[in-house]
Design a protein around this ligand. Structure first.
Ligand code: MTE
Ligand code: MO
Length: 397
């Protein structure tokens, strides 16, 4: 994939080909909250993702109903950079190793014997909305497992241990550039290593983090990380390591390819003196975000539905075209810290013709989801962490 931010205008140009197809687009009839309401499909339907992402199983926003506040396991998106590894749960072990006082290995029965906790939380890929073809790399599930903090505290940190590395069973080759001893040998070789991500000890022992073996009351499915995965609800998808085999405590920052190379956000940032510098930061914690999910009509009365997540949500606002922001009603999820909120706002009497619908979330600290021309979004040259306001196009007949 091309490391380049695609602007909304580009996105609309790229989806232009699908506009003509909309006439043939048969919208299924879904009721979110009002009996008998029907969907008015958005004009800007996402294009098909490139073939390597075909198995992503993206969320279909316009098919969401009140029941889909929990995303069913078979509708949950799936990302695996090295495919789905074959893991024999009967032979599987989780090693807790490195700079710990009590290294040990757990089989699945030993993990399940630890205190059980359930958590409803939303998982979003940091690439979601980074491309026109990627609006549905998100889902919300009830995860069941045991707190990671308990396992780490049992292991006990040695004083030098500062970083906790999570390894998956999936492996792949990644390029490494090197310069030989005297600087005269330069080149690149490929190194095979398992998928890995890390957090600091303090971040890893956050009581919210779970080692998960259940998803929506069923055994964790293989594509989502069976037999055991990390769910770190404050973090983008990439940190939620699947098919866990080993947790290593080390004495320095971890710079694996998914930490320090492939998941970087690059911005062209302006300093106070007007000069420009390029900054590179690792994709990390979730960001405040919302989307308009669908528009329905019932007896000529229109309603806009959507979702918000990524931070403690105080409020969601919606605007039509360049009109005023209108506060939405939060319908579902308000009492859950890490689960998305489902919201709606009535749109009583839209004029016929094309309209733009935009939503923005406001968190409890007063932060506002940035607009597409906010410097934090506009200066971004990579597709990750695309939490800018989402605008959808619609035609009212
Ligand atoms: N071992 C492993 N864990 C992984 C990945 C991976 O490729 N390998 N992909 C990550 C990414 S980028 C995302 S978005 C989430 C997706 O989780 P899901 O497949 O359950 O939706 O898993 C994360 N954990
Ligand atoms: Mo991801």
């Amino acid at each position: 994939m091309d490391v380049r931010r695609i602007s909304r205008r580009d996105a609309l140009v790229q989806t232009g080909g699908t506009l003509a197809a909309i006439a043939f687009f048969q919208s299924p009839l879904f009721a979110w909250a009002r009996p008998g309401e029907t969907n008015v499909p958005f004009l800007d339907q996402p294009p098909a993702p490139p073939p390597p992402l075909a198995g992503l199983n993206q969320l279909d926003w316009e098919a969401q109903t009140p029941d889909s506040w929990i995303t069913p396991n078979d509708k949950f998106f799936r990302v695996g950079h090295y495919g789905v590894p074959e893991v024999d749960a009967a032979k599987w072990k989780l090693e807790i190793a490195g700079l710990v006082a009590n290294p040990r290995s757990y089989d699945l029965a030993a993990i399940k014997a630890l205190p059980k906790k359930e958590l409803v939380s939303t998982l979003e890929c940091s690439g979601n909305h980074g491309f026109p073809f990627l609006p549905g790399a998100i889902g919300n599930a009830r995860w069941g497992g045991t707190p990671l903090a308990g396992v780490l505290q049992k292991a006990g940190r040695k004083p030098a241990g500062v970083e906790v590395v999570f390894y998956g069973a999936d492996q792949g080759e990644e390029p490494i550039q090197y310069i030989g001893g005297l600087g005269d040998k330069m080149g690149e070789f490929k190194a095979k290593a398992p998928f890995a991500r890390s957090m600091s000890w303090a971040e890893a022992t956050d009581p919210a983090n779970l080692l998960v073996y259940e998803m929506n009351g069923k055994p964790l499915p293989a594509p989502n990380g069976a037999p055991l995965r990390l769910i770190a609800p404050r973090w983008f998808g990439i940190s939620n390591v699947k098919w866990l085999t080993r947790i290593d405590v080390i004495d320095s920052r971890f710079e694996g390819p998914f930490q320090a190379q492939r998941y970087l956000t690059v911005r062209e940032s302006r300093r106070d003196d007007g000069s420009t510098v390029w900054t590179r930061t690792a994709v990390g914690k979730c960001l405040l975000k919302s989307v308009p999910a669908k528009v329905t009509v019932q007896d000529g009365k229109y309603r806009i539905y959507g979702a918000a997540w990524g931070a403690p949500i105080a409020r969601v606002e919606v605007k039509v075209d360049e009109g005023p922001w209108k506060t939405a009603v939060i319908d579902k999820g308000a009492e859950y810290e890490f689960a998305w909120k489902f919201w709606h706002v009535d749109w009583p009497s839209p004029a016929t013709g094309e309209h733009k619908i935009t939503s923005r979330a406001i968190d409890k600290a007063g932060n506002v989801q940035p607009s597409q021309d906010d410097p934090s979004i506009a200066s971004k040259r990579t597709y990750w962490e695309a939490n800018g306001q989402v605008t959808r196009m619609i035609r009212i007949a």
